[in-house]
Design a protein around this ligand. Structure first.
Ligand code: UDP
Length: 271
């Protein structure tokens, strides 16, 4: 792969970004729920060229047992990048960065979960980055929270996340790889709707107070949009469908059920 070179500018004279986006515009996002057969819950996310799959197992018995927590479940997150996910082959051994991002993701997700309902158990969240093009920790949080919901884990809310940053002095949202590498800063944010409490906030680079406030506002706005996409993805996975793939309205479903069973097949009521 040819080495990437620094672009002449990250914001054009027209105010657009290297991929033509406006400063507050997200990359195209595609969320899918229930993508893995073996996991209790799963989801995938494509955000621009970033592509990630998350699988959840549990709550289940924790091994080794000495790691168990007496008052709540242990949320064990493992974030890994595939060797082919980045331009330079990623060494298969877990890196310090992967361990740190695993912890950051666990901290961002745990306020959304009722971990105290499952003392001494473990909830395993395995995240595999298939292709990395910036923003993988936030995209991982978006997919992992959907996978947790798909596994039927009780949750206060889904957790949407996005990275905000600065390039050529302009606050921008959802950084691509070039913006991440050559921009002036990176602020990943995750929130807990509907109160929008912040469960992840990191900062790389230099921001004035006003720039940082603008970045957080922009990030929260984009997280709210991502939350709608997350809810849509869940609905798509769980909505009842007619044989030709059309969603069934709840009333229609009850009517169909009665018609299918038929009066004659209904069990006799006890006298
Ligand atoms: N990256 C890479 N090789 C690595 C780690 C990261 O090329 O070993 C790239 C990848 O595209 C990633 C980006 O650098 O998305 C930014 O990484 P960062 O640590 O800022 O985390 P992220 O923005 O993905 O949450």
């Amino acid at each position: 792969m040819s080495p990437e070179t620094k672009p002449d500018y990250l914001i054009s004279p027209e105010g657009l970004r290297v991929d033509g986006r406006r400063p507050d515009e997200l990359r195209p996002v595609e969320l899918k729920v229930g993508v893995l057969k073996q996991a209790d819950g799963s989801a995938s996310i494509r955000q621009g060229k970033t592509y990630i799959i998350a699988g959840v197992y549990g709550p289940r018995e924790l091994h080794p047992r000495h790691l168990a927590l007496n008052d709540k479940a242990y949320l064990r997150v493992v974030y890994r990048m595939a060797t082919f996910s980045v331009p330079d082959r990623k060494k298969p051994a877990p890196s310090r960065r992967e361990k740190e991002i695993s912890m950051v993701i666990a901290n961002a997700l745990s306020p959304a979960l009722f971990l105290e309902e499952f003392p001494r158990a473990v909830i395993d969240v395995f995240i595999q980055v298939i292709q990395a093009d910036g923003g993988t920790r936030c995209a991982s949080i978006n997919a992992a929270s959907l996978a947790l919901a798909d596994a039927g884990i009780p949750m206060r809310s889904l957790v949407p996340a996005v990275a905000v940053g600065k390039a050529d002095g302009v606050i921008i949202v959802d950084l691509g790889d070039e913006e991440d590498k050559y921009g002036q800063g990176d602020v990943p944010i995750a929130i807990l709707p509907p109160t929008d409490e912040i469960t992840l906030l990191q900062q790389d680079g230099f921001f004035t107070r006003d720039e940082l406030l603008e970045a957080i506002q922009m990030g929260i706005g984009s997280c709210k949009y991502l939350h709608e996409l997350q809810k849509d993805a869940l609905k798509r996975a769980y909505v009842r469908k007619t044989p030709d793939g059309e969603p069934v309205e709840e009333d229609e479903f009850e009517d169909d059920l009665e018609t299918d069973l038929g009066e004659a097949d209904m069990p006799e009521e006890d006298e």
